[in-house]
Ligand binder design. Structure first.
Ligand SMILES: *Cc1c(COP(=O)(O)O)cnc(C)c1O
Length: 351
């Protein structure tokens, strides 16, 4: 705190990202990064772009990437917005599409950036409790609101809603924007992009950070009605006209083009998740049914904070949230086969 800080800065409560320790040989299962690298075509495309063209500004609307995403999902470019990670896309959504005066609704256990953006933009919120099985309850969202947002599948639980349940929420609030944050949808969920042509109040966000293994490149996007996209463009062009640099644009296009790599690595993560879930069950954990690239699990007898610490001492890092209702859970990112094995043997040492 300093006397130079504005009152606004003093009252901010920023997001705390998962740690990125600089320790060697660490088994890092704490931030849901993909254990497999991005498509080799991504590095090739970026190499090819490393030339004199870097003196020029990138395409302000990243048209090549919008066209690629539109083609992939069978929508038009006017239905696509791209940003510097889906976190930036989400920030613009909170800023430009959520209304003041009525609370924004999201689950009580969810992505912790949502309350941060509410604080940043002075938006009221009313968190809605997940049920005892950590499932989102669609009927809770049928009340007056200034907007609705939830991840599907949810984070950090990994539990998903069916497309019909998502549609019921969208139908229930025709006068508000309903945002489905699909950061993990490629690992087993159903995308609501299939619904955007029918619901002008639906906006779907996705990221290349998880299923396309490009957390370091910072690319995310939203798909929805052109009027919603135009609002986001207005915010973006009032803030930073070039959120995606030349390397990010060509890298992201290449990632979308390599469909085989995407399918192989995605399937590998899903298979490992099922194996790991079964092994954790054997060790006495309750594992929530996950549609994501992580599992959320609690042990019947052992304290989660102690388990996380015990794993850390064996160089395995998982995420533990000291939050109401979930402080006995560990969120464990699905690693490659060797990493998952190391996790299990470290757990066996502890139990
Ligand atoms: C990882 C994640 C994001 C952000 O992804 P970036 O594109 O890397 O900013 C958004 N929402 C949820 C639920 C996430 O887990």
């Amino acid at each position: 705190m300093s006397r130079f800080w504005s009152p606004f800065v003093k009252q901010l409560v920023p997001y705390v990202p998962g740690e990125q320790p600089k320790v060697e040989n660490l088994i890092k299962l704490n931030t849901n990064e993909n254990p497999y690298g991005p498509s080799p075509r991504v590095a090739e495309a970026i190499q090819a772009e490393l030339n004199d063209s870097l003196r020029l500004y990138p395409a302000p609307n990243a048209d090549a990437l919008k066209a690629e995403i539109a083609d992939y999902y069978g929508v038009t470019s006017a239905q696509v917005f791209v940003g510097n990670g889906s976190d930036e896309v989400l920030a613009h959504i909170f800023h430009g599409l959520f209304q003041h005066g009525k609370p924004v609704l999201y689950p009580d256990i969810t992505y912790s950036f949502y309350p941060v953006y509410c604080g940043l933009y002075g938006i009221e919120s009313a968190p809605q409790p997940l049920d005892d099985n950590f499932r989102l309850v669609p009927t809770h969202y049928q009340q007056a609101n200034g907007g609705i947002i939830f991840p599907n599948p949810n984070a950090p639980t990994g539990v998903g809603l069916s497309l019909a349940e998502v549609e019921a929420i969208v139908q229930g609030s025709p006068d508000s924007v309903v945002v489905v944050d699909e950061a993990y949808v490629d690992f087993g969920g159903e995308t609501a992009i299939a619904l955007v042509d029918r619901y002008p109040n639906l906006l779907v966000t996705q990221t290349l950070s998880k299923s396309r293994s490009l957390a370091g490149l910072r690319v995310g996007f939203a798909v929805g009605h052109p009027d919603l996209i135009e609002a986001l463009e207005r915010i973006k062009n009032s803030f930073n006209s070039y959120p995606l640099d030349r390397l990010a644009i060509v890298g992201a296009v290449a990632a979308f083009q390599d469909r085989d790599w995407f399918a192989q690595t995605r399937n590998a993560v899903i298979n490992s998740r099922e194996k790991l879930s079964a092994a954790l069950l054997e060790l006495g954990f309750e594992v929530l049914p996950s549609q994501a690239n992580f599992v959320f699990a609690r042990h019947g007898q052992r304290d989660a904070a102690e388990l996380a610490q015990g794993l850390r001492e064996q160089k395995v890092i998982v995420r533990h949230f000291k939050l109401p209702r979930i402080d006995q859970f560990l969120r464990i990112t699905i690693g490659n086969e060797a990493q998952n094995k190391a996790l299990l043997s470290a757990l066996k040492n502890l139990l």
